[in-house]
Design a protein around this ligand. Structure first.
Ligand code: MTE
Ligand code: MO
Length: 413
């Protein structure tokens, strides 16, 4: 592998157009809200980053801001190379007004609805009353990859980086629900947090989602108060959040203050209408689909991301080490293949088992190029069901579940 891997030479990247140049100049002038590094458009060809409002967010670094208010920011793929995503690099997805000045010692979580023993728990009660566990868990926004859909769909134009695999510490959601006593009539959870609706209307929640009780009982779901050995970052839900790995990130309520159990599919904000739903049948791109033909997204599909080298890298010599992560909702990734000829031929990468269920899996491959020139390295993951990443994800009205293959472009020689 070349020593120059990781360096970017924008001028030599094919496809760099005047428009790219102007966009880069524009971004450089504006800076980004989170950290001041301005990412090169090479990794992020669809970026529509917005202007910074004011100061950066403490404890976040290198993220690209999609919208400043509410703050939505994603991580460039090459900054997701760590096996455990550092707190500073975990993406941020906010739907409402983020609560400020929260006191972890006074924080209360209410468990009620269809339970035998409604409870109000402080974080200390969680620590002392339940087994505290730490797991590496993937959170991926259901809309990650939305910017790749044609025609475009409304919503945050995530490219690749609305995903992370941090090490979360907390107690099992299942243990807490069992302690409260789940009534036999309960079929769905409902999650509430302390953020407020953008309208400012008192009592109006920006988002409140839930999962079927069977998924709620997955032993890897956490009520988390720790992230990567420290506290949660305020933008990632401090002092308390849910982590429901493998399902759309929206299930993982931040600033969590209530979980209630219901005997119907939860109907809170962003549970109904077209939110986090996809058509039950294939639709033509751009079609409008009646709401009754949409169904709620459950497990996320198999996906992978090349994190090394970064796109635009220059390879001197003919060999290259390629690395990244692969993950899938509720099963496991069984293989990752790499192609340097646009999918005509594939070679297997080495794939590590997950550190624990619902952690992403490292892949690594050694590429030998037949000659110098421009190449694209494509990665394709396959899961235990035999499903692989498509070259194009099925279009859907809200732009969810884009698990199309990722690639990096490199100049060899
Ligand atoms: N209270 C609350 N929880 C929330 C959200 C929110 O806006 N408010 N956004 C959800 C969505 S859509 C996602 S993808 C994840 C993102 O988690 P992160 O911001 O920690 O990366 O949080 C989820 N939990
Ligand atoms: Mo999301």
């Amino acid at each position: 592998m070349s020593e120059e891997i990781g360096k970017v030479r924008p001028a030599r990247v094919p496809g760099a157009s005047r428009r790219d140049f102007l966009r880069r100049a524009n971004l450089a002038a504006l800076g980004t809200l989170v950290g001041m590094a301005v990412p090169s458009p090479q990794w992020n060809p669809f970026s529509r980053a917005y202007a910074a409002e004011s100061a950066g967010v403490r404890g976040k670094d290198g993220l690209t801001v999609l919208t400043p208010r509410p703050l939505n920011a994603e991580t460039p793929p090459h900054l997701l190379d760590d096996e455990v995503t550092p707190t500073a690099r975990h993406f941020i997805r906010n739907n409402g007004i983020v609560p400020a000045d929260l006191d972890p010692a006074a924080w209360e979580l209410r468990i009620d609805g269809l339970v035998d023993r409604p409870m109000t728990l402080r974080i200390d009660d969680l620590r002392s009353g339940f087994e505290v566990v730490t797991h590496r868990l993937v959170i991926e926004c259901g809309g990650n990859g939305r910017s790749g859909f044609e025609p475009p769909t409304r919503g945050n134009q995530w490219t690749y980086g609305a995903v992370g695999c941090a090490e979360w510490t907390g107690v099992r959601l299942a243990d807490v629900l069992e302690a409260a006593g789940v009534k036999s009539t309960a079929i769905y959870t409902a999650h509430e947090g302390a953020d407020r609706h953008l309208s400012g209307t008192p009592g109006k929640l920006p988002i409140s989602r839930g999962v079927p009780i069977e998924k709620a009982m997955d032993p890897y779901n956490l009520i988390a108060f720790g992230m990567n050995g420290g506290p949660l970052h305020p933008m990632n839900g401090a002092p308390l959040r849910l982590v429901i790995p493998g399902w759309p990130g929206s299930c993982s309520q931040k600033w969590l203050n209530r979980i209630w159990l219901r005997d119907i599919v939860h109907d809170g904000p962003k549970m109904t209408g077209s939110s986090y739903r996809v058509p039950r049948y294939p639709v033509s791109p751009g079609a409008s689909v009646p709401e009754e033909d949409l169904e709620i997204i459950h497990a996320m599909p198999v996906k992978s991301l090349i994190t090394r080298p970064r796109t635009g890298a220059h390879v001197s010599g003919l060999e290259l080490e390629v690395a990244g992560h692969a993950w899938v909702g509720d099963s496991e990734v069984t293989k990752v293949d790499l192609s340097i000829d646009f999918g005509a031929t594939w070679q297997p990468a080495q794939l590590s088992p997950p550190h624990n269920p619902h952690a992403w899996q490292r892949f690594m491959g050694r590429i030998r190029f037949p000659q110098s020139g421009y190449f694209e390295v494509w990665a394709r993951a396959t899961d235990t069901t035999g499903a692989s990443q498509p070259f194009r994800a099925a279009w859907n009205p809200k732009g969810y579940l884009n698990n199309a293959m990722h690639h990096v472009s490199v100049q060899v020689g």
